[in-house]
Each structure stands twice: as C-alpha cells, then as structure tokens.
Design a binder for this molecule. Structure first.
Ligand SMILES: *Cc1c(COP(=O)(O)O)cnc(C)c1O
Length: 366
C-alpha cells in the first residue's frame, strides 16, 4: 500500500458511499479498462467471479467443451464446471510455458465445436496470443483471456487482456496490484459488461419491486475495495519495474547454473509478476531441494502450478499435446515444467540483502 489508496477510501467514507457501488467503482472500471486498452470493465469480487461470468457470457452449458490452458491455477478452469461444461486441457510450449498453438490446432481437429478457448498468461508472461487468436477466429470460437497474473504485460506492444472477446483481471492479495480481493471482466462489447453487472447484482430486473427472470449472483465489488484499486493502479508501473529488477537479478546470478529463468518471446514484455526457474534435464537438484533450502532461511519458494490434467478432480478430462520431444519420463510439456520448475521469492518489498541471501542459498545447492 502506498497511501493513495487511503485517499480514495477516505473519499468514500466522507461521502458515505461505502456500499454497495459508487464513484470509486465507476472510476476503477474506467481506469483499469483504459490502462489495458479495452472499452468497458465490470468490477467484481474476484477474478474467479469474472471468469465465471465470462463462461456464462459465451453460453457454456451442460456438456459443452471448453479448451483451457493446462498449466495454470485451478481458478482458470473451475468456472467451466460451475456451468456444467467439460474442460479439454491444452499442453504448453517451452517458449512461454503457455498454451501451445499447435496443440490448440490439434484440439480443434478432435473437437470441432468448443464453446470457448480460455488462455492464461502464466506468471505474467504473455502467451503466443496472436497465433492463438487467429486459430480461434478461423474456427469462430470466442477467446477468453485470463490475465489475472499478467496485468501490464504486453505482446507486440499491446496489453494482455485486450486480445480476447472477454478478459479477466484479478486483484487478489498475491497479484501485481491488489484490492485485498477483487477482479474485473473486460470487454469492448458494452452489452457483455452490462450483462455481467446484471448477473453480479442478483439478476435484478429494472422494476420497482424485485423481479427476477434469471439466476443471479452477489459478485459486485464494493466502493471501498474499488478505492484501494484506484490507488494501486497509480503504482502498477513501478511494481512492474521492481518485479523486472528481481527477475534480471536472478537471471544474471544464475547464468552459470544448469537452470533457465521462465522464458518469454522477443515480441513480448512480461510484467515479471513471478520469477521462476526451470532446472535442466538430468540434473539431480530438484524443486523440492530448492524449496527446502530456502525454507531453512525462512524464505518461501513454491512449486510451479500442477497441471490440470494431473489433478484428481479433473480425472477423465481429455488432454491434448503435440509434444514429440522425448522429455524425461513424461510426454507433456506442462508436466515436465512442473517437475523441474520452481517459483522463486518475488516480493517487491524484498531488501537487496534478502535477495542476495536467496541467490546465495540457491547457488550453494548446485
Ligand atoms: C489468481 C488467479 C485467478 C483467480 O483470481 P481470484 O481473484 O483469486 O479469484 C485466476 N487465474 C489465475 C491464473 C490466477 O492466478
């Protein structure tokens, strides 16, 4: 928190617009959408709620297929199940760790009529979004971008979150900016964000009495929470710069180790939300060794998201890969990244001494 957040909260208190909606909500929607370069936003209680309403918007119903990034956090794909849809998980590529366009093509050969494609920009690294968008357009299938981790990242100079018909931001506590909890649905189609706002306020029809033609949800962001978001948005660029510095430090410090930092393509600029590394094949240091080594210094590292096709809850769902590269014991790119990858401490409040301690600790493990 920087202090600006409190100004907006104070304004809400002073005008007694604490809840439900108010100026901060309207302005936060406008400001966040303008930052991303999308016409409209609907501020919601979470990124998950935004994903849920995106899924409803494209009309996913019982038994409908939705192509989803395999290597992601479960929140990307759970809302498909809320509406009775069936996820088909698409493997990653090694260039971005995100959805492989070739695997996506292969999925369209097997399932020609999915309701939507949900692509994530994992750890703030843009997916090959132009290629993915072109494939979706070829098949006339809507693209939903999960930009929860990638706010501020660009692909060919264009913000992630501005490519999909619908896209989703998160302001959860761990994200690059936070409102404590919150999310936003973005779209150039005003009817989409208006419909989301309607569903998010219990689908209350415009009558004097309480009239409902559809099932609704209590998903709207409060005016206090939106005030935090407005203040945070002013500092997004400085957060990105600080995150990039951490990434560059790790990259330089580990350049002689048998590891690589999480990669990105030359036509993209990540927001460097999380610095991750992958240990080369046939090296016997494991992610668990690194996590345990850092734990001893009271520093928290984490595994890479476990791929969705390996999750017990999604047992039986299809998984599409075109991986022919013989990777050790696994044929999925996502699984190979999971087996060898680790998320490094990436907090922008870290001191230089703390960062040096982490670097030193990791280096000693090799
Ligand atoms: C955090 C996150 C979400 C969910 O956002 P919440 O605001 O926590 O509901 C969705 N997808 C990804 C990739 C995330 O990291």
């Amino acid at each position: 928190m920087h202090g600006d957040e409190m100004q907006y909260i104070k304004e809400a208190f002073d005008t007694n617009w604490v809840a439900p909606l108010g100026k901060n909500v309207d302005e936060f929607e406008r400001e966040a959408a303008a930052y991303v370069g999308v016409a409209h936003g609907a501020a919601l209680v979470s990124g998950t709620a935004a994903l849920h309403l995106a899924i409803k918007q494209v009309g996913v119903g019982h038994g409908d297929y939705v192509f989803c990034s395999d290597l992601t956090f479960a929140a990307t794909v759970n809302p498909v199940s809320y509406e009775g849809g069936v996820q088909v998980f698409i493997d990653s590529d090694y260039d971005t760790w995100n959805m492989c366009p070739h695997a996506l093509e292969a999925a369209f050969e097997k399932y020609p009529n999915p309701k939507a494609v949900i692509v994530v920009h994992l750890y703030g690294v843009p997916a090959k979004i132009n290629e993915i968008k072109a494939i979706c357009q070829k098949h006339s299938v809507p693209l939903i971008e999960d930009a929860a981790e990638s706010l501020g990242a660009t692909y060919e100079g264009k913000q992630t979150g501005s490519f999909g018909e619908l896209s989703v931001l998160s302001f959860n506590g761990n994200k690059i900016i936070t409102t404590s909890g919150g999310g936003m649905l973005l779209s150039d189609d005003k009817s989409a964000t208006e419909k989301a706002k309607f569903w998010a306020t219990q689908s209350r029809e415009k009558f004097l009495h309480y009239e409902h033609n559809e099932i609704g949800y209590n998903y709207r962001m409060s005016n206090i929470v939106a005030g935090i978001g407005r203040g945070q948005l002013l500092h997004l660029d400085s957060h990105i710069a600080a995150k990039k510095r951490i990434y560059e430090k790790y990259k330089q410090a580990f350049s002689d180790l048998p590891v690589k930092m999480n990669p990105y393509t030359s036509d993209s600029e990540p927001n460097f939300w999380l610095s991750c590394m992958i240990i080369n094949e046939e090296i016997d240091v494991t992610p668990a060794n690194i996590i345990a080594g850092l734990e001893e210094k009271n520093a928290e590292a984490r595994p890479i998201w476990k791929p969705m096709h390996l999750q017990p809850v999604f047992k039986g769902r299809d998984f599409i890969t075109v991986s022919d590269k013989p990777v050790i014991s696994v044929s999925a790119v996502s699984e190979s990244i999971f087996n060898r990858g680790v998320c490094l401490p990436s907090d922008i409040k870290m001191s230089d001494e703390e960062l040096e301690l982490i670097i030193d600790t990791v280096r000693r493990l090799f």
